[in-house]
Design a binder for this molecule. Structure first.
Ligand SMILES: *Cc1c(COP(=O)(O)O)cnc(C)c1O
Length: 434
């Protein structure tokens, strides 16, 4: 990190030092912090659109649909950015359905995933006309059939199959192995498709899988697609027709030194396998979440206090105003996220733990980081665009952070900081004489 040159950081060309100051796209990050306050999420629209475009270009000339997995970052302006660029959406709740509609999505580009869809959610999604339900169990299939018949709609469905491959990622975000709650077992799939074909109100249109998240290898995807294609062949041998293959999301990003394949390389390898097996005519769908937004976002925080090792039993602490409620990934998955100063100082760095104000020892953002900072400085947590704001909570009655979207030197406030009044707006005191 030189003090003079433009020095890009891992993950995104839109995040770089310019003359010792951190920039996001064309904006100075410390200036954003001064203008909007902290904690602050800041996203580069340029970086999000570039990530989407890598998928779109890799699939050009093919019948395809990219459905952004909304749970990675469900802020309306993020959804709007993708909707305007022609993207579809993968949702897991009626809340997410309402969000994508409010952001301008076409229902015909929405797929509904998730192991626990309620009947009310099914009814709403049918009325709106979503493109497809990704069904995860036989019991759900029966419920969806009943709801469709009652409401006079036909539900287009795909079965989420569990290909039983190991994506070699964190166990909490591995979803395609036997023994986890997702999908229909590989060996049951042909029978469940036959059952689906016998039920009223359903139209079988595809097959899908999603094997995990933060995957940094192509090999598990190739194993999964092979197993899915085996099933497609077996299901079609019994007379059904599967128009689309949905291969889910899960492509990893660079937090530190991971080297995930590019979307182009991943899709290139998958297309080669799909074509080689004679399935190239099918519509292809993907559900990327993290890889579209992760590297496009920062969490900006202010250093409140430095607590040197002699005060705190042998460790230096850098106490900041962002906490586990703003960014759960370190506390929840022990995730490593880059933390850098918004303005470089020439002082020698000190090794410290970067921690928030929440009353939990799990409230840390980074451990043993070498940082040259003083109280009042700003730090940026890198690659915080995915599973950051969307997992934020109000623990400790902390309002959720504000969010801005930037593009070049333009800045838009896309979410206001929550106030304490916002947080208890729906609560009631007991009556006076109770
Ligand atoms: C979470 C999820 C995704 C997106 O995963 P990423 O790792 O963020 O790409 C896609 N599909 C389904 C069904 C999911 O649950």
């Amino acid at each position: 990190m030189g003090l003079g040159a433009l020095t890009p950081l891992p993950g995104s060309p839109q995040v770089a030092y310019r003359a010792g100051s951190l920039a996001l796209d064309g904006c100075d990050v410390a200036d954003l912090a001064a203008r909007f306050g902290t904690p602050l999420y800041a996203y580069s629209r340029t970086a999000m659109l570039a990530a989407l475009s890598a998928y779109q270009q890799a699939l050009e000339g093919r019948d395809h649909l990219i459905c952004y997995a909304v749970k990675a970052n469900s802020s309306l302006a993020v959804l709007q950015t993708f909707a305007r660029a022609g993207c579809g959406f993968d949702i897991v709740s009626s809340g997410e359905l309402e969000r994508v509609l409010a952001a301008g999505a076409e229902p015909s580009k929405v797929v509904f995933s998730g192991v626990g869809k309620t009947r009310a959610e099914m009814r709403q999604a049918l009325a709106v006309g979503v493109m497809c339900f990704n069904v995860e169990s036989e019991a759900e299939l029966d419920a969806l059939s009943a709801v469709a018949v009652q409401s006079g709609h036909t539900a287009r469905i795909s079965l989420r199959v569990n290909p039983d491959v190991d994506p070699k990622t964190h166990p909490y975000i591995s979803t395609g192995l036997k023994g986890n709650k997702f999908g229909i077992g590989h060996e049951r799939a042909v029978a469940v498709y036959a059952h689906a074909a016998s039920l009223p109100g359903l139209e079988v249109v595809g097959i899908d899988c999603h094997i995990g998240s933060q995957i940094t290898d192509i090999a598990p995807y190739l194993d999964a697609v092979d197993r899915v294609l085996d099933l497609v062949e077996a299901v079609e041998a019994s007379g059904a027709r599967l128009h689309h293959l949905d291969l889910g999301g899960g492509l990893g990003i660079t937090y530190t030194d991971e080297q995930p394949p590019s979307a182009a390389d991943l899709i290139g390898a998958l297309l080669q396998r799909i074509d080689a097996r004679g399935h190239g005519h099918r519509r292809l769908m993907f559900e990327p979440g993290r890889s579209l937004v992760g590297n496009a976002g920062l969490l900006v925080t202010e250093v409140l206090y430095l607590k040197p090792a002699h005060d705190a039993g042998g460790k230096n602490f850098c106490i900041v105003d962002a906490a586990m409620n703003d960014l759960m990934r370190p506390a929840m998955y022990e995730a490593w996220m880059g933390i850098v100063p918004c303005r470089l100082r020439a002082d020698p760095p000190v090794t410290c733990d970067v921690v928030g104000p929440v009353c939990e020892s799990g409230d840390w953002l980074g451990r043993d980081r070498a940082l040259a900072v003083q109280p009042g400085d700003h730090l940026a947590v890198l690659s915080a665009g995915a599973y950051g704001m969307s997992m934020a909570s109000n623990y400790n009655t902390r309002g959720r952070a504000a969010e801005v979207m930037v593009s070049g030197d333009q800045v838009w406030l896309i979410r206001e900081r929550e106030t304490p009044a916002d947080l208890f707006r729906h609560e009631h005191l007991l009556p006076a004489q109770s």
